[in-house]
Ligand binder design. Structure first.
Ligand code: CA
Length: 379
């Protein structure tokens, strides 16, 4: 009883102590202002303003919980933002298990339902054809070339010119490195084998294989294994050894093809534009730096984990490694060029993106050939 009566007194007492401590901290910080001749009262106002607001935002990612590299990238980004902001900016990462809309992350960020998203730009090509090529382009740039284009070749500016129309600020935020071409139940020996084959292949590459006679579909990452198991699809492309082996595709479709369609797929951080614009400048810079760091980190982690997984995978006798026949690749290249022209014709911005990537790739190809390609032949 007595304790209950004392409780309010205690609260008052502790509040007073807290106020005194706060005032002492304020007075400590006031000294330089006072010495500089600034009046005491305005200095207290400065002190009151130094208690910064805490931002607590939510980020929707397209990837299921625990997806190697991709979930790591989103979680690492959130963690780094909180550390760099001294705890002023906290981001809760939600997976599709919670938000239920893996391929609608852009919509959720655009509307403000989520302040942030981590997703692949090419999932939204139906909404805006100009978004497609920011993830990757078949037979296009590798990750080194892609980074050069993004950070020095005008890519970042184009990215935001496109996403401004969707009420979103976008940043490159993770690269998978060169992806493998996917898992097939049956071997592809000729162009005829492509006919009617149902494959999960999103983005522009899906259109390319469609033009070549296959039947491309876009299925959320969390449903891929079931779709392959039930025969909804005959083949599936996902990422590379480290991600793919975890999905278990090799148990159903043993032919594993080398890549051509995603030579350095970049994923992105989306931020609701009005909310981003309202952030203080230091938090804006923290978001940009954390996104750039995670872009580099995911590429490094992807390379490392794929190299380790590949070493084990190539020794498994039930997995048959193949490269598509030359005539199939030639057909894909031709279809890709025609479809790039068609995509460019759909909108002025798509045309700008395609033209910018093509122009840089022409220069980059020669430099990569005399450096990377030449060196890889030597060792
Ligand atoms: Ca992929």
């Amino acid at each position: 009883m007595l304790q209950r009566q004392l409780l309010p007194l205690r609260i008052v007492f502790f509040r007073k102590i807290k106020t005194v401590q706060l005032l002492k901290r304020c007075l400590d910080s006031v000294v330089p202002f006072f010495l500089a001749g600034v009046l005491f009262i305005p200095a207290v106002t400065v002190c009151a303003q130094t208690q910064p607001p805490i931002y607590q935002w939510r980020l929707a990612m397209s990837w299921p919980d625990g997806t190697p590299m991709l979930h790591n990238a989103a979680a690492r980004f959130a963690r780094n933002v909180e550390i760099m902001s001294g705890g002023r900016f906290k981001i809760i990462v939600d997976s599709p298990g919670r938000h239920k809309a893996p391929l609608s992350v852009l919509d959720m960020v655009r509307s403000g339902a989520y302040e942030m998203g981590h997703s692949a730009s090419y999932y939204y090509k139906g909404k805006d054809p100009a978004t497609t090529f920011f993830t990757t382009t078949p037979f296009g740039m590798n990750p080194t070339e892609m980074n050069a284009w993004y950070y020095y070749g005008g890519g970042l500016e184009l990215l935001n010119k496109v996403y401004a129309r969707h009420n979103v600020v976008a940043f490159p935020a993770g690269n998978t490195h060169i992806q493998m071409g996917g898992w097939f139940r049956k071997e592809i020996k000729s162009i005829q084998d492509l006919k009617g084959l149902k494959i999960r292949m999103p983005g522009h590459a899906g259109e390319v294989v469609g033009k070549a006679g296959m039947n491309p579909v876009s299925i959320p990452p969390g449903e891929l294994y079931t779709a392959l198991e039930r025969g909804t699809i005959d083949a599936v492309e996902w990422v590379g050894p480290a991600n793919d082996i975890k999905m278990g595709f090799h148990k159903i479709a043993p032919y594993y093809y080398t890549g051509w369609h995603e030579p350095g797929a970049e994923v992105h951080l989306f931020v609701n534009k009005p909310k981003f614009d309202a952030l203080p400048d230091d938090l804006k810079a923290i978001v940009a730096i954390a996104a750039k760091e995670v872009s580099f980190d995911m590429l490094s982690e992807s390379f490392y984990r794929n190299a380790i997984a590949w070493e084990k995978m190539k020794r498994q006798s039930n997995i048959k490694i193949r490269t598509l026949p030359d005539d199939v690749l030639d057909l894909f290249k031709q279809a890709n060029d025609e479809l790039l022209d068609r995509a460019a014709a759909k909108s002025q911005l798509a045309q700008e993106v395609v033209a910018s990537q093509r122009a840089f790739l022409e220069k980059a190809k020669d430099w990569s050939k005399i450096t990377d390609e030449d060196y890889l032949q030597l060792r």
